[in-house]
Design a protein around this ligand. Structure first.
Ligand code: ATP
Length: 229
């Protein structure tokens, strides 16, 4: 499997405070990789750094062989990485449809495809996004990222704080996306669900990669040591 995303020896700071000390991870073509670790271990920082929303001080980020280092954030999106950021950030005053088409680019993911994945959104196209439930807003943010027709989708805590039934819908959608062959990097704390959808897990501890393996290799030892389970 060829590496679509290749992150190597990544280091990064917030001001004078170092947050990443050596993150290594790859996502192959069509692969779903889980980025795991306890709170504060550097998962979101890694995502922000890949998206060039935070500058890295060392190491490299390559996407389809291209060094993302010199690129501004919007060019990373254009290069083919779609982000579902932590915190369900949609444009509240805009309608569901306006949110979806705002950053759309041509490809298989259009309004019809998003409605098929999330029928609830299809029923609410003309509703203001700010009036949606938390779960519907999360579906909208995922739909918006898909409408950019990315080659790699990054989901940061897409199910956090949602009711179990909605979490289930979102995990089912992630499963559909994986089956469709989309490459995915997913950050979440639900180890059971991550193990179901992922091909590989990368575990961070104190801003560095400390373990990589398949979900089947994620032994009780590893989860107790690095994930606090
Ligand atoms: P969580 O699961 O809680 O979201 P995380 O693994 O995503 O955790 P990060 O949010 O990447 O962890 O945080 C990594 C480290 O960077 C932590 O020590 C955190 O306190 C620090 N950090 C995060 N954001 C900032 C910031 N804006 N300014 C300074 N330090 C930060």
């Amino acid at each position: 499997m060829s590496a679509l995303l290749e992150v190597s020896g990544l280091t990064a700071f917030y001001g004078a405070s170092q947050a990443l000390f050596g993150v290594d991870l790859t996502v192959g073509d069509g692969e779903c990789v889980a980025l795991m670790g306890r709170n504060g271990m550097g998962k979101t920082t890694t995502v922000l750094t890949i998206m060039r929303m935070l500058r890295h001080s060392g190491g490299s980020i390559r996407f389809r062989g291209r060094d993302l280092g010199p690129l501004p954030s919007h060019k990373v999106a254009q290069a083919g990485i779609g982000l579902v950021p932590e915190g369900r950030r949609c444009f509240g005053p805009l309608t569901v449809e306006e949110n979806l088409v705002a950053a759309a680019r041509p490809g298989e993911w259009d309004l019809g495809a998003v409605e098929k994945l999330f029928p609830r959104l299809g029923e609410r196209l003309s509703q203001k996004a700010g009036l949606l439930s938390g779960g519907e807003q999360q579906m909208l943010v995922i739909g918006r990222a898909l409408m950019t027709n990315p080659q790699l989708l990054i989901l940061d805590e897409a199910t956090e704080g949602l009711a179990p039934v909605v979490r289930h819908e979102i995990w089912a959608a992630i499963g559909v996306l994986k089956t469709s062959g989309l490459s995915i990097l997913v950050v979440d704390k639900s180890i059971g669900e991550l193990a179901t959808v992922s091909d590989r897990c990368v575990v961070l501890e104190k801003g560095a990669t400390v373990w990589t393996g398949t979900p089947a290799q994620l032994s009780p030892d590893v989860t107790a040591r690095y994930l606090g389970v």
